[in-house]
Design a protein around this ligand. Structure first.
Ligand code: PAF
Length: 281
């Protein structure tokens, strides 16, 4: 595995690979790698000749009061996991490499970034699309792999790629869960033992909701009420949102039909967890 910190040597390696007709799969991450990332990597390796994984804790996607400073930084651990997972090139740029002094250019997707997580994280998706757009331009991958856990992020990235005619196939991979159902996340480690015991209530509630929708419930408010009371009765989690939206467009639904995304964000103390399930009806 090659670890590359600057853009020009990375471009050189990619150019050589492309000249040999190799295809490139790309997994963007902020490090603190876990089995969710490993599953993206596995798919990339299966579908491409060369897999590139980036580790960059992107400051522009964190709000002023969010967890940028405490976000886990464990390069040696990540590097080991990346190597074991079969990464060919690990791109590990500094903040100055990505955002040199007097950086002025951002990519912003409108509309769908103001709902769900966008309500409480203004500017978050502008940071995400800017870094992902930059990484796509630097790496020029054939395929890029992102997780369904960040369902809104996946839809926003796909929209950017389509609107700006980026020549990359975005593949959204399933959520990887702990044995008790908790969706894998780099932020799970912030949970206290009690919060960790409570947190599986999120996936349990979503599972119940899925079952009820699958058996014919069409009223989103009933689903939202069910999940709300389940979480409130069984945990100390503070609900930020629970919503039923169209899974492809994120449009809020008045009647549950089509490709339904049931998504939620809940805070356990200062740790904000998100989870979701897609139901087709
Ligand atoms: O999902 C993440 O880890 C980040 O938002 C991403 C896509 C790597 C952009 O910084």
């Amino acid at each position: 595995m090659r670890v590359v910190k600057s853009i020009q040597p990375l471009r050189q390696l990619i150019k050589q690979a492309k000249q040999k007709g190799k295809t490139i799969g790309f997994v963007p991450t902020m490090g603190a790698l876990h089995e969710g990332h490993a599953s993206l990597l596995k798919k990339s390796r299966k579908e491409n000749d060369i897999s590139i994984l980036s580790i960059f804790i992107n400051p522009t996607q964190f709000g002023p009061h969010e967890d940028l400073n405490k976000y886990p930084r464990e390069f040696n651990h990540d590097r080991r996991l990346a190597e074991q997972g079969g990464v060919d090139i690990l791109f590990y740029p500094s903040a100055k490499t990505i955002y040199p002094r007097e950086y002025l250019t951002y990519i912003e997707v409108n509309g769908i970034t103001n709902l769900l997580c966008g309500c409480t994280r203004p500017g978050h998706f502008k940071g995400v699309t800017t870094i992902v757009g930059k990484l796509i331009n630097i790496i020029n991958p054939d395929c890029m792999y992102v997780g369904q856990k960040d369902a809104q992020q996946a839809v926003v990235i796909k929209k950017m790629v389509s609107d700006l005619n980026f020549d990359v196939d975005v593949k959204v991979c399933p959520i990887i869960r702990e044995p008790d159902g908790l969706a894998m996340s780099s932020r799970n480690r912030y949970l206290s033992p009690q919060q960790r015991r409570e947190a599986p209530i999120l996936s349990q509630s979503l599972k119940k909701a899925k079952k009820i929708i699958s058996s014919g419930e069409r009223n989103p408010q009933k689903i939202i009420r069910l999940i709300t009371s389940n979480i409130k009765q069984n945990s100390t989690g503070m609900i930020e949102y629970i919503e039923c939206v169209n899974a492809d467009t994120l449009t809020p639904l008045k009647i549950l039909t089509g490709n339904i995304l049931v998504a939620l964000a809940v805070k356990f103390g200062s740790t904000r967890l998100i989870d979701n399930m897609v139901v087709r009806s």
